[in-house]
Structures are given as structure tokens and as C-alpha cells.
Design a protein around this ligand. Structure first.
Ligand code: ADP
Ligand code: MG
Length: 250
């Protein structure tokens, strides 16, 4: 059984068809990239999968269970993590406290801001920070972090929920090219170790080709190609619509 099965998803905004009968599936452990030009419908797809948007038709199954229309929090609890595009950290808390807050939330408890000395999840939080290379900064206030480190913290927070599937909509937006590759290498390595699957979108083709185990190409709400990096690179339709005939690895 697929971890995720997307069946004929359609979504329009007024006269704009953002998703047009989109179907695909994702197996456990896959690193699937969803690429396509601006306005192709990628974020709409992520938002439907995460429960932020209701599709006009079609359904989403997670481990065979229909999740379409469930609120974001329920979908998150079922193991679909989201990360990066919306930064959800508390600036005044330390890095460790931010990860602890995520662990508390997963355990169904709210963070008690008045008992900053809480020990809940402390060890696990430090272990997660270690894994993303931030152990040395655990006691720093989050607002002092450099942008690239904030992204690493967000990855630790996403992993704190022990997701089965991690949705990453342009995770490296705003990062320098070298940092992008490093972040996605880190994310790719960690998800492989944990057996977590990822569905991500990304403008940087170097990152796409080095991270993805399979690629889907969306254009005007329709999937126009699917395959390995090699297959996508040599697909003439992709070259035409996606880059106006330019080189995909440019
Ligand atoms: P991508 O993430 O691939 O750039 P989006 O999913 O954001 O594409 O957008 C797909 C299309 O749907 C675009 O034409 C966009 O303008 C439109 N769209 C997305 N969200 C909304 C919205 N909330 N209201 C109206 N139109 C929207
Ligand atoms: Mg988008």
C-alpha cells in the first residue's frame, strides 16, 4: 500500500484551475519532488495535502485512510508534517525550548510559558538538535539565529512530531545556493535514517536532482511528466513548458 495516494484532485479559484485531476502516489521512504513553473499549482497541492485547503473534488489517502477534508491538526496527528515555508518558532524561547514545545504539542500538552524550567522532552530535544548540528546553540534565544540555522531548527521541530511524511514547500527559499544543498542533504539524510518520506518543491534544480528519488512536473494544474532525474531532464515537453526550451540543469 502507498503511504500517500492522491486521486483526481481538482481545485479552482474563481476562473483559475489550480489543480486539474491531479493523481499520484508516494511510497514509504521516497523523496518525491513536485516541480513546475510559478502558478503551476504546487502550493495549492501542498495545502490540500496538509488540510489547509479543501479540494473541489478528488481524495487523499494516507496509509489507505481517507484524510480529505480533515482539519490540518488531525492530518498532522496522523503523521503529515509540514515545514519551512511558514516559520513557526518562538523568538524569545531558546532552541531547546522550541523543540520541547513541539514535543509537548505532539504529546497533546500546551507549552507552559510560565514554567520555563520545564524538563519535558529536554533530552529528546537536545538529541534532535544534535542531529541537525545545533547542539552547541541549544541555550541560545531563537531570535538570534542566522537564517540557515533557523531552517535547521525548523527541521528538528518537524522531526519532533515523528512524521511519516514531511511536506516541504520551497524549504530553501531565501537561502544561499551552498546552504540550500547542505540543508537538503541534511534533510534527505535524516529522513532516510528515520524512514520518513518527503514531498518537496524547490526552484533550485541542483537541489531537486540531488535530493529527489523521483520527480513530478506540474504545469497549469496538470501533471505533465513523472520520472527519475534523467528522465525529467530529457523530457522534451518538460523542457518546453517548464523552461521555455532551456536546459533543465542550467
Ligand atoms: P505554485 O505554488 O506552483 O506557484 P499556486 O498553487 O500558488 O502555484 O497557485 C496556482 C494558481 O492558483 C495560480 O494561478 C494562483 O494565482 C492561484 N491561486 C492560488 N491560491 C489562490 C487563492 N487563495 N486565491 C485565488 N487564486 C489562488
Ligand atoms: Mg508555491
Amino acid at each position: 500500500m502507498s503511504l500517500l495516494e492522491v486521486r483526481s484532485l481538482s481545485k479552482s479559484f474563481g476562473g483559475v484551475t489550480a489543480l486539474d485531476e491531479v493523481s499520484f502516489s508516494l511510497s514509504a521512504g521516497e523523496r518525491l519532488a513536485l516541480i513546475g513553473p510559478n502558478g503551476a499549482g504546487k502550493s495549492t497541492c501542498f495545502n490540500v495535502l496538509g488540510g489547509q485547503l479543501r479540494p473541489d473534488s478528488g481524495e487523499v489517502l494516507l496509509e489507505g485512510r481517507k484524510v480529505t477534508g480533515l482539519p490540518p491538526r488531525r492530518i498532522w496527528r496522523l503523521g503529515v508534517g509540514r515545514s519551512f515555508q511558514i516559520t513557526a518558532t518562538f523568538g524569545s524561547l531558546t532552541l531547546a525550548e522550541n523543540v520541547q514545545a513541539a514535543l509537548l504539542s505532539k504529546a497533546g500538552r500546551a507549552l507552559d510559558f510560565f514554567s520555563r524550567a520545564t524538563r519535558f522532552g529536554r533530552e529528546e530535544a537536545l538529541a534532535l538538535l544534535e542531529r541537525v548540528g545545533l547542539a552547541g546553540q541549544a541555550a541560545r534565544a531563537t531570535r538570534e539565529l542566522a537564517y540557515g540555522d533557523l531552517k535547521r531548527l525548523e527541521l528538528a521541530i518537524a522531526l519532533a512530531n515523528a512524521p511519516k511524511l514531511l511536506l516541504m514547500d520551497e524549504p530553501t527559499a531565501g537561502m544561499a545556493p551552498a546552504e540550500r544543498v547542505a540543508l537538503m542533504e541534511l534533510a534527505g539524510g535524516l529522513v532516510a535514517e528515520e524512514g520518513v518520506s518527503i514531498l518537496f518543491t524547490e526552484h533550485d534544480m541542483d537541489v531537486v536532482f540531488s535530493t529527489a528519488s523521483r520527480i513530478l512536473v506540474l504545469n497549469r494544474g496538470e501533471i505533465i511528466a513523472e520520472g527519475s532525474g534523467e528522465e525529467i531532464r530529457s523530457n522534451s515537453l518538460v523542457k518546453e513548458v517548464y523552461l521555455g526550451g532551456g536546459r533543465l540543469d542550467a
